[in-house]
Design a protein around this ligand. Structure first.
Ligand code: SF4
Length: 282
């Protein structure tokens, strides 16, 4: 079980308000844990909101943790910063199907939490990964999310597989790969460059290269150590500018077209397609 948290003081030290006037969006996502697990999440949200006045936070949760009181407080923070804190509830079905992918989840608790958040004025989105077991429920899910006060629904089509490699989930017919790596974090025409900071303070271009992920960390930490001593990659040791201009990022830029994670995710396109659907008017 993970017991490490991104230290809010580290963020305050490295992301100084006023120094990031162009930063548009921060995504709090559960690469390792659900963001709701962070014991000082409200401080982290407060800090990001102070970085500049136009920055928006998108936070992903499955809605299963915490209490209605906690979600009510989160909703009030969202209401106090109009359109700047959006919570995306990952709910992959209805009461009889959500738990199939979201194993161990409790529908009543999720429902109580989203209701507390929305009742407090929080900006909520419903995200649903489309699987065989819920695809027949999509219209009902759209109606429910609109009736419950979600602002919108995102249908997510995925190239993911189950851990045993069986039962590949739904893919759109258009979910094709590319002839070469196109880096979504630094070269996308559709959105500005991105950076990923994990809960340990490691910095990389994207969450696919999460240096705390046991499946990829050995390989990349090995590469970093071969690049030389004191190559900056962690916010505890260096600021973001030094990391992005350092040997670690240079290596990634030089090896995009052959690097394993880049080929897998940004050439063969084993990542999700998301369709934003307008909620029906009820
Ligand atoms: S996997 Fe590689 S190519 Fe894809 S976004 Fe990350 S750094 Fe860029």
């Amino acid at each position: 079980m993970n017991t490490a948290w991104l230290d809010p003081e580290l963020l305050v030290r490295r992301i100084v308000p006023g120094d990031w006037p162009s930063l548009e969006r921060v995504l709090l996502s559960g690469n390792v844990d659900d963001p709701c697990m962070h014991p000082r999440l409200f401080e982290i949200i407060g800090h990001w909101l102070s970085v500049n006045t136009k920055l928006k936070i998108h936070m992903h949760t499955n809605g299963s943790l915490r209490t209605t009181k906690w979600f009510g407080e989160l909703g009030r923070i969202s209401a106090d910063h109009p359109d700047r804190l959006r919570v995306i509830f990952a709910i992959d079905g209805l009461e009889d199907t959500n738990h199939i992918y979201r194993r161990g989840s409790n529908w009543q608790k999720i429902q109580d939490n989203w209701r507390a958040y929305i009742a407090a004025g929080g900006y909520a989105l419903w995200q649903c990964v489309v699987f065989d077991q819920n695809r027949h429920q999509i219209e009902k899910i759209k109606q429910l999310q609109a009736a419950e006060g979600f602002r919108d629904i995102r249908l997510r089509y995925s190239g993911r597989q189950w851990a045993d490699g069986a039962a590949k989930v739904t893919e759109l017919p258009t979910h094709a790969g590319h002839s070469k790596v196109i880096c979504k974090s630094t070269t996308s025409a559709e959105r500005p460059p991105e950076l990923f900071i994990n809960h340990q303070g490691d910095v990389s271009p994207c969450c696919f290269i999460d240096l705390s992920n046991i499946k990829v960390s050995d390989r990349y930490l090995g590469i970093i150590s071969q690049l030389g001593s004191n190559v900056p990659y962690n916010l505890h040791d260096a600021d973001i500018d030094s990391i992005v201009r350092g040997a670690w990022f240079d290596w990634l830029f030089d090896n995009w077209q052959t690097n394993r994670e880049c080929v897998k995710h940004c050439r063969d396109n084993l990542r999700d397609s998301v369709i934003i659907q307008q909620a029906p008017i009820i």
